[in-house]
Design a protein around this ligand. Structure first.
Ligand SMILES: [Zn+2]
Length: 531
């Protein structure tokens, strides 16, 4: 069997022991564990603010997919019912998306792309077989042609169509299109301001790269019973990378942030300067770094983005498809202890404004707060509709796709570990000799073996309970189920990352979030560069 691979990447790094960024409506992350009510209140506030909004997501997307294409909603509902007759499940996925990206490199605006795409994907499911056809032409004729193709999976099949997802009135993010709200000249000025500010901060700054990008995605899901669900998803991001040099030595540092909101907050100098300050801080730390040691040692992971460890070590391994096919290192372990006591990991698509959040997934299921591991015990998988049905469990709102060009598969949203009881200083103070890793470039995992690798972009030695010199080139290597049992201390400082991660699986990239408190792991293999 071919190994299943997945990975988490980011064009630029983030995190560090910084104050909580002024973005997202979450408040103090440390409160989450026992304060689910906070999030509900935050959602209520958004509801109140949007009361004047006259159009629902469904009405807005009806304009895009029906009024503008000449399709008739009632005829399309009937058409989908006809095409999917006798199937176990399936849906029509309609998508309209606008995206743009402006980048500055070496003092010049290098690219300013703007793109609009639209299309549909029609899926028919019979047992564990799925037929999928997609087209960029949104018309009833094209949907009919797609129907003929996807029905080929089910010759002779007489299934019963699965129940549609229950609806939701939840609003997790604005439906405003960020792309139109701020004009191009303001975005290019932001990037040139970043460049000038960075170069003025330190004479060792040699290169500055900065980018601002945004997406506005509108989707509508039409089911065989005629039910329709819509979602409108803004997504913006700003990244800054700085290269510094001293003599012959060059090092870089990067910082980015983003989420499902408008660009406006990036026009506030206090916010974009924070990005530059952090990128420069990292670059200068690396300028003074020494080669990383190698071998098995105690590793303390910082809070926030180092949660990429969870994404790789357990997240992918708890996706429903791998477990249904029994190709995950966690297959068959439901109800068993798979992590140290005290380790609780959730996948939560319901956090307002977050990069990984979704009102509904790409099958129309409302996203959820899904317990994966509770106090060390494996409690649940992340499911799309097909794998949930085949495993006899409920879909969890994790059926996602990169675009109409792909069938949905189980994917993570925001995956994080809940806070424990230790002060982060106490955790570092407990380590005689080890590694403190606070920033990572991303990672990858082999689902079947559970073996993961991720590389630190900012790390320090811990010597006699104190943070020592910075080290360069440390990679952490481990096995998912094994690594989770090596967690010996959990901090009280849960943070989510700042919103730049993209998860890749089966060739599909989707935006995700990660997070964790400071965590001590005993006996992790560090691949270093020291002789
Ligand atoms: Zn991933």
């Amino acid at each position: 069997m071919a190994a299943e691979h997945a990975h988490l990447t980011l064009p630029s790094l983030r995190d560090g022991p910084l104050p909580l960024p002024p973005m997202g409506g979450e408040g103090k992350f440390g409160d989450w564990r026992n304060d689910r009510g906070f999030r509900e209140r935050a959602i209520d506030i958004i509801f109140a603010a949007n009361k004047e909004t006259p159009m629902t997501n469904l009405a807005l997307t009806d304009d895009l997919f029906f009024a503008r294409t000449g399709m008739d909603a009632t005829r399309v509902e009937k058409l989908v019912g006809e095409q999917l007759r006798g199937m176990d499940d399936g849906e029509l996925f309609l998508e309209y998306s606008q995206s743009e990206s402006v980048a500055l490199d070496d003092g010049r605006i290098r690219s300013a792309g703007f793109d609009t795409t639209q299309g549909f994907g029609l899926r028919a499911i019979a047992d564990d077989a799925a037929g999928y056809a997609h087209a960029s032409e949104i018309s009833e004729a094209a949907i009919k042609r797609a129907g003929a193709t996807v029905r080929a999976v089910a010759s002779g099949h007489h299934g019963t169509m699965a129940e549609p997802p229950s609806g939701t009135n939840r609003i997790l993010y604005t439906d405003l299109n960020p792309l139109g709200a701020v004009d191009l000249s303001a975005k290019t000025k932001l990037l040139t301001d970043i460049d000038a500010y960075a170069r003025g901060l330190d004479p060792r700054v040699r290169q500055v790269m900065a980018s601002i990008s945004g997406v506005w995605q509108a989707v509508q899901i039409v089911r065989a019973d005629g039910s329709r669900v819509a979602d409108i998803r803004p997504l913006v991001r700003v990244n800054v990378s700085i290269m510094v040099g001293e003599g012959d030595r060059m090092e870089t540092g990067s910082y980015g942030s983003g989420g499902r909101f408008a660009y406006e907050r990036y026009l506030d100098p206090a916010n974009w300067k924070r990005h530059v300050d952090e990128a420069l801080r990292q670059a200068l730390v690396n300028l003074d770094s020494v080669p990383a040691p190698a071998g098995e040692m105690v590793v303390v992971l910082g809070s926030g983005w180092p949660g990429v460890m969870l994404h790789e070590a357990v997240g992918h391994g708890l996706e429903g498809d791998f477990n249904r096919k029994k190709t995950s290192a966690f297959s068959g372990m439901m109800g068993q202890q798979v992590a140290s006591k005290g380790v609780t990991v959730v996948d939560d698509g319901t956090i307002p404004d977050r990069r990984g959040s979704l009102t509904v997934d790409d099958e129309g299921t409302p996203s959820g707060y899904n317990m994966l591991i509770e106090d060390g015990i494996l409690k649940g998988y992340m499911q799309d509709r097909m794998n949930a049905r085949l495993m006899g469990v409920r879909p969890t709102g994790n059926g996602r796709r990169e675009s109409f060009g792909y069938a949905p598969i189980p994917r993570m949203t925001n995956t994080y570990m809940l806070a424990g009881g230790h002060d982060p200083q106490e955790i570092i103070g407990s380590v005689k000799k080890g590694l403190y890793a606070v920033n990572f470039g991303g990672g990858s995992v082999d689902i079947t073996s559970g073996k993961f690798v991720f590389s630190a972009s900012e790390a320090y030695l811990i010597e006699d309970g104190k943070v020592g010199p910075a080290v360069k080139g440390a990679t952490l290597i481990g096995n998912g189920p094994d690594a989770m049992t090596k967690i010996t201390m959990i901090g009280n400082d849960l943070r989510l990352d700042d919103g730049v991660g993209t998860c890749g699986k089966d060739g599909q990239g989707v935006p995700v979030g990660v997070g964790q408190p400071t965590v001590r792991m005993d006996g992790i293999t560090v691949g270093g560069t020291a002789a």
